[in-house]
Ligand binder design. Structure first.
Ligand SMILES: Cc1cc2nc3c(=O)[nH]c(=O)nc-3n(C[C@H](O)[C@H](O)[C@H](O)COP(=O)(O)OP(=O)(O)OC[C@H]3O[C@@H](n4cnc5c(N)ncnc54)[C@H](O)[C@@H]3O)c2cc1C
Length: 226
């Protein structure tokens, strides 16, 4: 399990396919596919060729299923990636736990610069402390009101309106490597919001472990999804 932010994580549940599925599915064009135990240099070269020339479909014959716990505002960005299967915890059917994201001091940042050319810098300690204290107070207040509403038999789907977008949720997320590389290309990138980039980095570490040669070809060819 890869821990992310203060209460989140990414956990690989299942993986099928792998580098060999890329090679075999590509070689069926020549009726030359064959199940083998390992990859030859020619196989690795083929993976690189496919990536470089953006022959994307051979990268679809594999599957990753992840269990992810992340703040709702991270999922809001994540769920824009349509080429995936998603099932998420329901605030209508379950009582939500008291987990909300409070950035650690060094991760509290201020925006610097002009529109279109923003950069970010760490907030001063005093500004960060004030921000964290106020945010925690709002979240604890909101959660207390949520619990009261549930106690008053308010429907959970309305009780949850007291909660905030930094409240943690959980989902199953299933993708193939082509879609995963598209996600990593966009979200493990300096222009992505820092919080979702932390999740993308965890996914990238798992991707590298499971599909080493595909991962290397992705990086060597400019981190562009094929
Ligand atoms: C830094 C950043 C800032 C962003 N800011 C905004 C913003 O301000 N507002 C906003 O609304 N969104 C914003 N987004 C979200 C962005 O527009 C995409 O919705 C999101 O990144 C998903 O990318 P995707 O469509 O490539 O992924 P997926 O939906 O997973 O699609 C993968 C690929 O499949 C193909 N595809 C999927 N669906 C279609 C389709 N209908 N037609 C044709 N091809 C398709 C495309 O090739 C696509 O790249 C931002 C994203 C990033 C990374």
């Amino acid at each position: 399990m890869h821990e992310v932010l203060d209460h989140g994580y990414v956990k690989l549940i299942t993986h099928s396919g792998g580098d060999l599925s890329v090679v075999d599915s590509a070689r069926i064009s020549y009726n030359a596919h064959a199940q083998r135990d390992g990859l030859s240099d020619a196989d690795i070269g083929l993976i690189n060729y496919l990536m470089k020339h953006r022959h994307g479909t051979p990268f679809e014959h594999n599957m990753f299923t992840f269990l992810v716990k992340a703040p709702i505002f991270v999922f809001r960005e994540w769920h824009r990636h349509r080429i995936a299967s998603i099932n998420e915890m329901s605030g209508r059917y379950t009582e939500l736990g008291e987990d909300f994201y409070i950035p650690y001091h060094p991760d509290v940042r201020v925006r610097v610069g002009k529109p279109g050319a923003y950069t970010y810098a760490p907030a001063s300690i005093q500004v960060a402390i004030t921000y964290r204290d106020r945010l925690r107070w709002c979240c604890e207040e909101g959660y207390a009101r949520y619990k009261e509403a549930l106690h008053d038999d308010i429907a959970p789907e309305l009780a949850r309106l007291f909660l905030h977008v930094n409240h943690y949720s959980e989902m199953y997320w299933t993708v193939n490597s082509r879609s995963l590389m598209n996600f990593l290309s966009l979200r493990n990138h300096p222009t992505a919001q820092w919080e979702i980039a932390q999740y993308a980095q965890a996914l990238e570490d798992i991707f590298k472990e499971q599909m080493f040669h595909t991962y290397n070809a992705f990086v060597d060819n400019g981190r562009v999804a094929p």
